[in-house]
Design a protein around this ligand. Structure first.
Ligand code: SF4
Length: 226
């Protein structure tokens, strides 16, 4: 695989330098990468961090055309433990049942809740979308990057950007930075684009998936109840 991180980073910085606030269209970046892979007849390996089965459904349908995917389930943020168990089982069932272009593997990360609580300390009362969430993205992406590097994957990314409540700009910035740190390419993406979120709802219905009504941590659960 030819390294492309520097090109992408330069383009991202050009845009933000020029406008200072202009957002990057990460779906266009993904389109460009996929086009290039098709041209080169490459099917690289991808470690795909997944937050839950519904969010992964569209991403698996979309990316299994282009990558050899391993789903990495690393979500120490999820509360309570019964919810964690429910979500991870749903994820495994989906991978087993989905009709995909190429087989998808599964890798479970540790449910190290202490790590999440240590990270969130002092930010418990912040609203969803604030600083705690940026750290939560980083916690999960850092572990994914480390696993991707250890496993010799070509790329890593996350399903998180499919949610309209998640900040795709920040996810891509964090992912790109961690990719450079660990020496693995972060696959730029914004899966909510191209009706990705809508398609994930359709697929969830088709496969009868459990769709939770809060992000995952106990603070988001509390916020939902207010
Ligand atoms: S609201 Fe979601 S993203 Fe934010 S800290 Fe909680 S689990 Fe993580």
């Amino acid at each position: 695989m030819q390294p492309r991180a520097a090109d992408t980073r330069d383009r991202m910085y050009e845009v933000s330098d020029a406008m200072n606030v202009q957002k990057v269209n990460y779906q266009k970046e993904l389109d460009r990468i996929l086009k290039q892979l098709e041209k080169e007849h490459e099917t690289p390996s991808l470690l795909l961090h997944s937050c839950c089965a519904p969010c992964s459904s569209y991403v698996l349908e979309y990316l299994s055309e282009y990558f050899r995917i391993t789903v990495f389930y690393y979500n120490p943020n999820i509360y309570p433990e019964s919810e964690y168990t429910k979500r991870i089982l749903e994820q495994q069932n989906l991978i087993r049942d989905m009709k995909l272009r190429s087989p998808v593997s599964f890798l479970a990360g540790k449910y190290d809740k202490e790590r999440f609580y240590a990270m969130a300390e002092g930010m418990e009362d912040l609203k969803e979308g604030g600083a705690r969430c940026m750290k939560c993205y980083e916690l999960r992406l850092r572990e994914t990057a480390a696993q991707a590097a250890a496993g010799g994957f070509d790329y890593f990314t996350t399903t998180l950007s499919i949610s309209p409540l998640k900040n795709a700009q920040k996810l891509n910035e964090i992912g790109t930075r961690l990719g450079e740190e660990y020496g693995v390419e972060y696959l730029l993406s914004d899966f909510k684009k191209k009706n990705g979120y809508k398609r994930s709802i359709e697929l969830s219905k088709e496969y009868g998936l459990y769709r939770q009504d809060y992000c995952g941590c106990e603070f988001s659960m509390r916020e939902r109840k207010i």
